[in-house]
Design a protein around this ligand. Structure first.
Ligand code: E4P
Length: 292
């Protein structure tokens, strides 16, 4: 049995190298970065419009790797034509290998859908994985069972959809409690944070990582001036406490079961997958080299 007491890691939810410079100027720590097809496509468009050059999604990753020394989550797509219907475990595996072999600091981001779980099983923990687009306890169970290094519950999207903070809180607390009971090592990365309150809520319940978008960080600077840095430092000084069994292993034994999710959870998952794929398509984001 291993008990661990670690600080809440501060991740930045952006793919824009300019944001890294902005954060650095203010002395804001970056423990991790999370990117997704939406944030990547924004940067690719910005660079095209402002600098007149076309960059690939891996060019963006290169820029981030050059500027930081932290782990960076990079999203897989799992489909040759940006359609959820054609998501394929083999493509997820190839993309994961491309990302994982590219740089040891890259974390493979898999959407929490059935074909990605099949891929995770095939990879048997070869690369660190961040299971994203988590809206339900069922998905979080699967993320642990399939050896996720992280699971990313999307708190802000739940609050925005249901107009209820308590559902997002309940999901986060439920996952942290269940993982604690199961003694599993998957870490909880609180994602889709839309404001300071949600950030503080995630820190209060003991998320292992909080990923915070730039508009929230900027709003904190608007509201608190230089005091924003102290608030961020305070979040990092909070502790996430967990006990992990050294005997814990993923079993790859559970199946993705749509019926274990509520209709709104399924809708958010489907919409999230579609949005990421549409945004990826809009800039030709691809993880695998394009066929000639
Ligand atoms: C991070 O891993 C997620 O991709 C991100 O938090 C999504 O947030 P959004 O709901 O603001 O798009």
């Amino acid at each position: 049995m291993q008990h661990y007491l670690s600080m809440v890691l501060f991740s930045v939810d952006t793919a824009d190298p300019k944001d890294v410079l902005w954060l650095r100027e203010r002395g804001i720590p970056i423990d991790k970065m999370t990117t997704n097809p939406t944030s990547k496509s924004k940067v690719m468009k910005r660079i095209r419009d402002e600098e007149g050059r076309t960059v690939s999604s891996f060019d963006v990753v290169d820029m981030l790797l050059d500027l930081t020394d932290c782990p960076i989550s990079v999203e897989t797509l799992g489909t040759p034509d940006y359609r959820p219907e054609t998501m394929d475990p083999d493509i997820f595996v190839q993309e994961a290998e491309t990302i994982g072999k590219y740089d040891s600091r890259l974390v493979v981001k898999f959407p929490l859908v059935a074909p990605a779980l099949v891929a995770a099983r095939a990879l048997e923990g070869m690369y660190p994985v961040n299971f994203t687009l988590c809206f339900s306890a069922h998905q979080a169970d699967l993320a642990a069972d399939y050896g996720g290094t992280y699971v990313s519950p999307f708190l802000g999207r739940i609050v925005a959809e249901l107009e209820r903070d308590d559902e997002a809180e309940a999901l986060l607390r439920g996952i942290i409690e269940k993982y604690g009971k199961d003694l599993c090592s998957t870490k909880v990365l609180a994602a889709s944070i839309r404001n300071e309150e949600q950030l503080m809520m995630a820190a209060k319940y003991g998320a292992d990582v909080v990923t915070v978008p730039m508009n929230v960080i900027r709003d904190m600077y608007e509201a608190h001036g230089e005091g924003a840095l102290a608030i961020i430092q305070d979040v990092r000084l909070r502790r996430s406490r967990r006990t992990v069994s050294s005997l814990w292993r993923p079993t790859y034994s559970k199946d993705f079961n749509y019926s274990e999710m509520q209709p709104w959870q399924r809708e958010l998952l489907d919409a999230g997958v579609r949005t990421f794929l549409d945004d990826a398509r809009s800039v030709g984001y691809s993880v695998l080299p394009k066929a000639a």
